[in-house]
Design a protein around this ligand. Structure first.
Ligand code: GDP
Ligand code: MG
Length: 442
């Protein structure tokens, strides 16, 4: 719904040459709503919107861009910049073993992430990795780390609940040194909420092992609460990075913005499944799109307005709204517009990830060839046939097939597909060009 609103606003701002107080208000309100809906903390939202406004006001609108597009561009860039630019991998620049300390609330995903990181460091950086658990409050936690460490193909250093976390970590460090490990990952006890005793404990642990990385692990589903947690951990520890977990959930991931803003530490990784390989290097730009709830719609908007005849698209939308007369000419128009936008594959790349994941199962080369053949078939029809496909009888189908150099079955298939599309259009009644194209792609 948000995307539609934004798209509408982008259109409304067409034809205005610069961004002004007046034309930017509605857009900023939508952006604010989008951020709040994504669970970005209120003070962070306020700050952010003010920054965007500052940057946007008075800005000349470049070339063929419209103020709305320019603003969406500014918002997206600022979001991505706030969450960090470029890729921030794990820093291992230390006398080996490089020690990595995991911090965060209970259930945030520290233990899981420890194993995921171990696997990442083994596979991508060819490191010899040791893990150890300082979670002495729950015996099961130590076992859990042992299990997932095995899955990761790393080695695990034993600990027991009667030991002090600091002693455990120092023993592991000694072992790692003597056995030439490159990295020691130190998992820590969970905190259900910010707890002074436990905070002091992890501070002592930090002072003893002097980690090169102190990673704050935070659950993306935590939303607004992430701010308080982040603040407490930042005050207790010199955080060097953030891991945002459970991004495979349906949260829009606004916590990323809040946590980054509060801690100032770069978001290095994203957890995207419970499984051991469910860790991705954090991509700020992609995440900006997710927060705004519009995939890479920014790029799409630009491509659409560059490649698509807006008037034709609007005429089409009007037709659909009136519920009648979606004919093969319109169908052809859609096919051609898709081509103008750089073909199916580039189009798919720009869709929100849920959709492009589905699209990933489609053979794109084949789909593109398919589009060309369909065009050929429609072009072999007369104007009347395109308007009234129901008139096309068997003999004409043969003619059309011959004209397009395809089999009659293919003509039948196209007509069938067209009928389905027409049916869908009636149901949708003006859901917009975007929607139609997504349906066509998927
Ligand atoms: P800890 O208390 O901080 O050590 O958290 P755990 O590593 O034990 O994880 C808590 C729960 O979250 C477990 O059920 C994990 O499987 C799950 N979990 C951790 N990371 C992710 C993730 O990226 N995605 C999903 N879906 N679940 C995760
Ligand atoms: Mg744990």
């Amino acid at each position: 719904a948000l995307t539609e609103k934004l798209t509408r606003l982008v259109k409304e701002m067409r034809g205005q040459a610069r961004i002004t107080e007046a034309n930017v208000q509605d857009m900023l309100r939508e952006v604010r709503m989008a951020l709040l809906e994504a669970d970005v903390a209120l003070p962070v939202v306020r700050d952010f919107v003010a920054r965007v406004k500052d940057k946007a006001l008075g800005q000349e609108v470049m070339g063929s861009l419209k103020p709305g597009q320019t603003l969406v561009g500014i918002v997206n860039k600022e979001l991505a910049a706030t969450m960090g630019e470029g890729v921030a991998d794990i820093n291992l620049a230390a006398q080996p073993p490089a020690v990595i300390l995991m911090a965060g609330l209970q259930g945030a995903g520290k233990t899981t992430t420890t194993a995921k990181l171990a696997k990442h460091l083994i596979e991508k950086r060819k490191k010899k990795v040791l893990t150890v658990s300082g979670d002495v409050y729950r015996p099961a936690a130590i076992e859990q780390l042992k299990t997932v460490t095995k899955q990761a193909g790393a080695e695990w250093f034993p600990s027991t609940p009667d030991q002090k976390p600091r002693d455990i970590a120092l023993a592991a460090l000694d072992h790692a040194r003597r056995h030439y490990f490159d990295v020691l990952l130190v998992d820590t006890a969970g905190r259900l909420a910010v707890d002074e005793v436990l905070m002091q404990e992890i501070r002592d642990l930090h002072a003893a092992i002097k980690p090169v990385e102190t990673l704050f692990v935070v659950d993306a589903m935590q939303g607004q609460d992430a701010v308080n947690t982040a603040r407490a951990f930042k005050e207790a520890l010199p955080l060097t990075g953030i891991v945002l977990t459970k991004l495979d959930g349906d949260s829009r991931g606004g916590a990323a913005l809040s946590v980054r803003q509060i801690t100032g530490a770069p978001i290095k990784f994203a957890g995207v499944s419970e499984k051991i390989d469910g860790l991705e290097v954090f991509d700020a730009e992609r995440h900006a799109g997710r927060i705004l709830g519009m995939g890479d719609i920014v790029a799409l908007v630009e491509q659409v307005s560059a490649g698509v005849d807006m008037e034709a698209a609007q005429k089409l939308a009007a037709k659909v709204k009136s519920g009648d007369g979606f004919d093969l000419n319109d169908f052809l128009g859609q096919l051609q517009q898709m081509k103008q936008m750089g073909g199916l594959s580039s189009f798919m790349d720009k869709l929100p990830s849920e959709l492009s994941a589905k699209a990933g199962q489609v053979d794109l080369d084949r789909a593109e060839r398919d589009v060309r053949r369909k065009e050929g078939i429609i072009c072999s029809m007369t104007a009347l046939e395109r308007r009234k496909p129901e008139l096309i009888k068997a003999t004409r189908k043969k003619r059309i097939a011959a004209g397009a150099g395809v089999q009659v079955q293919e003509v039948n298939r196209l007509l069938k597909e067209f009928e389905q599309m027409q049916e869908m259009m009636k149901k949708m009644k003006g859901g917009g060009l975007m929607k139609m194209m997504k349906k066509m792609g998927g």
